[in-house]
Design a protein around this ligand. Structure first.
Ligand code: GDP
Length: 440
């Protein structure tokens, strides 16, 4: 996420390292680089300029008051300003309606349908809502199909009227259907066009007036940079929407949309999309995003994700197994599956402080575990529970069965034994033993 911007800001802020105190000269040098980094990220000139002016004022006002070194102080000032630019306080969604109606607006291809599914899934699993998805795109039958596929995947009912060409009517009927069927949340996915046109704007405006939604969310593809900002402005002038959803932040986006949209439309970014899967949705926290941009990681989100996957019962069972030396490859596979549920790998690695930068050129993808899974799946049940029996001929068979090499099988076995040993030590009051081991 925002690799390029992160890199450039990092370099800019390094200029100040090694200087004893903040002076007008080194602040000016640093801020020139910061401004250049923002412009390269597709932030518009005026916003980039105001940004650096504000940081400069704060920096020069604090030169003697602080015990931090200048580098750290500047990092903090830039971080606070970035967070402020992206929205300051975190904004939730209003779910108080009976039913709550959420209207999705945006251009075709922005990720509206995908996001409607993600949001439905999020509200169902995290907020315990009974959700109805509504397909109000009367021009593209494929769009309704797509929504139906999504709905099936996440177990959420999709309301559509294939014969009806009136989206306002469909939306109204859907709300009546929701009321009659005990659904307290209605998410309406509307039609989009490739560019803003009058017909699209009139239609969405009519739906908006007719259903009077609690939340109107504008969905925009973050890869489109300044275009995203212009589109947002047009939709906001018409709908006075409540919040923005930035999609495709997992891609190689420069960051301009994320950084400027709030200051142009004065509406908060509420959610981000970070992948094609239904789980790839995050509530947007400006502060945490600023941390990530400056390479400080996002430990809070990482821990939250881990907690979401944590099952106390399972953890207890696992502990017993480790204590009895019964931790096997099935448990290992299980652990991998848990990690995978936490989100896409690149995203997770980016949340570890420093790791995003260190590993930015390493190609981490969701297939990272594929080889390991294939190897484990080629093992017999005995080999999985008693990995010690895996001798040379078994290794050969496993490598062949999984389409890997004996070296890879050996590597996995080695990692597995190391991990088992470590887990056992950590359990048996062994932090002392661990320390001894690490010391030599
Ligand atoms: P719509 O026309 O606005 O409904 O857009 P879709 O939901 O059909 O999305 C367009 C394309 O973008 C699809 O191929 C989606 O899989 C993809 N997409 C949507 N959201 C994301 C995201 O957050 N990350 C990535 N990488 N792809 C996404």
């Amino acid at each position: 996420m925002f690799n390029n911007l992160s890199d450039k800001l990092d370099k800019a802020l390094h200029v100040l390292k090694g200087h004893g105190k903040i002076t007008e000269v080194n602040v000016a040098e640093t801020l020139k680089e910061v401004r250049r980094a923002l412009l390269d990220a597709d932030v518009n000139f005026k916003i980039a300029k105001e940004f650096t002016v504000r940081v400069k004022e704060k920096a020069l006002g604090q030169n003697v008051l602080t015990t931090l070194n200048p580098g750290q102080l500047m990092v903090k000032l830039v971080k606070d300003e970035l967070a402020e630019l992206m929205g300051g306080e975190t904004a939730g969604v209003n779910l108080t309606g009976t039913p709550t109606v959420i209207l999705m607006a945006g251009l075709q291809g922005s990720g509206k349908t995908t996001f409607s599914g993600k949001l439905a899934n999020y509200l169902k699993t995290k907020k315990n809502k009974q959700v109805l998805l509504v397909g109000a795109d009367v021009y593209r039958p494929a769009a309704i199909n797509q929504l139906q596929v999504v709905g099936e995947q996440i177990g959420i009912e999709v309301y559509a009227e294939v014969e009806n060409k009136n989206p306002v009517e469909i939306a109204q009927n859907a709300i009546a259907h929701a009321k009659a069927n005990g659904k307290n949340t209605v998410i309406i996915d509307t039609a989009g066009r490739l560019a803003i046109d009058e017909a699209l704007m009139t239609e969405i405006s009519n739906i908006h007036k007719a259903v009077n939604p609690q939340e109107t969310l504008f969905v925009v593809d973050s890869m489109t940079g300044q275009d995203a900002v212009n589109t947002a402005k047009a939709f906001n002038d018409l709908l006075n929407f409540d919040g923005v959803v930035l999609t495709k932040l997992d891609g190689d986006t420069r960051g301009g949309a994320a950084l400027t949209i709030k200051s142009v439309v004065n509406k908060p970014i509420k959610f981000i999309g970070t992948g094609e899967k239904m789980e790839a949705i995050d509530v947007f926290y400006p502060e945490r995003m600023a941390d990530r941009i400056l390479g400080m990681g996002d430990v809070v989100s990482l821990v939250e994700r881990a907690q979401e996957q944590y099952d106390e019962e399972e953890a207890r069972k696992l502990q017993k197994k480790i204590a009895k030396d019964q931790f096997g490859f099935d448990d290992f596979l299980n652990q991998i599956q848990q990690i995978k549920k936490m989100g896409n790998m690149k995203d997770l690695v980016g949340m570890i402080p420093g790791a995003g930068k260190a590993l930015k050129d390493v190609d981490i993808d969701d297939d990272a575990f594929k080889g390991i899974e294939a190897i484990i799946k080629s093992m017999t049940p005995l080999e999985r529970t008693e990995p010690k029996v895996i001798n040379a001929s078994r290794k050969k068979r496993i490598a062949k069965g999984s389409g890997t090499s004996i070296t890879e099988v050996n590597q996995l076995l080695k990692q597995f034994f190391q991990m088992s040993k470590m887990m056992k030590m950590m359990q048996g009051g062994g932090s002392r033993k661990m320390m001894q081991m690490m010391q030599g």
